[in-house]
Design a protein around this ligand. Structure first.
Ligand SMILES: CC(C)(COP(=O)(O)OP(=O)(O)OC[C@H]1O[C@@H](n2cnc3c(N)ncnc32)[C@H](O)[C@@H]1OP(=O)(O)O)[C@@H](O)C(=O)NCCC(=O)NCCS
Length: 228
């Protein structure tokens, strides 16, 4: 299968939104599994079950409701962490990709496309936004966003090709470095970025999502960079 990486066109919008949504929301269940196996959530879940059982006069129903409510809250937070991110992005940069990424020479948005069953299919995407780098004598750096490969064609080198496209663009624009952020539960992405020479520069929990929701997921945000 021959995969071509090209600039985004307005006719890609629907497919790009679908691949983006699927690529981010697939992390909800792994994030929930991760959160529920942390000592904090195991302890609180047991406390909710046993506490409600004892205090509710040995009521199994109350115990199940209490423990279930806590587990449901953890799932809600993991869902909101990723689905909320998708919602926010679809209402900001992804709402007008030509306006946001293609009308400024320091920004770009690419898609990976291949012919499948006689029809063109969008299989991946990546974007770059040029930003001012305060510590670099007026030089700019590129922030990489929207790195997604469709689940149907992973581990075939497309992620690496998309990253190289973004990196080549940053080099051509004369940027000093590339920066990106991802979450600790996006393990494939973290492995890809380390393989490509990115270094971890910051681990934090600040995001556009409410702070208590991030805390409940037990995930962290990783900021990584690569000098070019
Ligand atoms: C991250 C992602 C883009 C990687 O795309 P890909 O096309 O599968 O990546 P590649 O085939 O180019 O992999 C390159 C290297 O990354 C690493 N890697 C990729 N996926 C991996 C995985 N699941 N587990 C471990 N390492 C992985 C490997 O080192 C791999 O090299 P190798 O195959 O020679 O071992 C893809 O998994 C994806 O879209 N994930 C969901 C969306 C997402 O989380 N995006 C990141 C947003 S910040």
């Amino acid at each position: 299968m021959q995969i071509v990486i090209r600039r985004y066109q307005p006719s890609d919008r629907e497919a790009v939104e679908r691949v983006f949504r699927e690529g981010i929301e697939e992390h909800i269940n792994p994030a929930f599994m991760y959160a529920m196996t942390r000592p904090l959530h195991i302890t609180v879940s047991l406390f909710m079950y046993i506490g409600a059982y004892v205090m509710g006069g040995q009521s199994v129903v109350l115990a199940l409701m209490s423990g279930g409510a806590w587990i449901g809250l953890v799932y809600f937070c993991c869902h909101e962490f990723y689905a909320g991110y998708v919602r926010a992005r679809l209402n900001t940069d992804m709402q007008d990709i030509p306006g946001y990424y293609l009308s400024n020479p320091d920004n770009c948005f690419w898609v990976a496309e291949a012919e499948m069953n006689g029809r063109p299919q969008i299989l991946g995407m990546v974007a770059v936004e040029g930003k001012n780098d305060p510590g670099s004598d007026g030089k700019k750096y590129g922030e990489v966003y929207r790195m997604i490969v469709s689940s149907s064609c992973r581990r075939a080198g497309l992620g690496k090709r998309l990253a190289k496209t973004a990196e080549d663009f940053c080099r051509e624009r004369g940027f000093s470095k590339i920066e990106l952020s991802t979450s600790s539960t996006q393990t494939a992405a973290v492995a890809l970025y380390f393989k490509l020479g990115f270094k971890l520069i910051l681990v934090h929990t600040r995001s556009e999502t409410l702070q208590w929701i991030v805390w409940m997921t037990r995930a962290t945000i990783l900021t990584m960079e690569k000098n070019i």
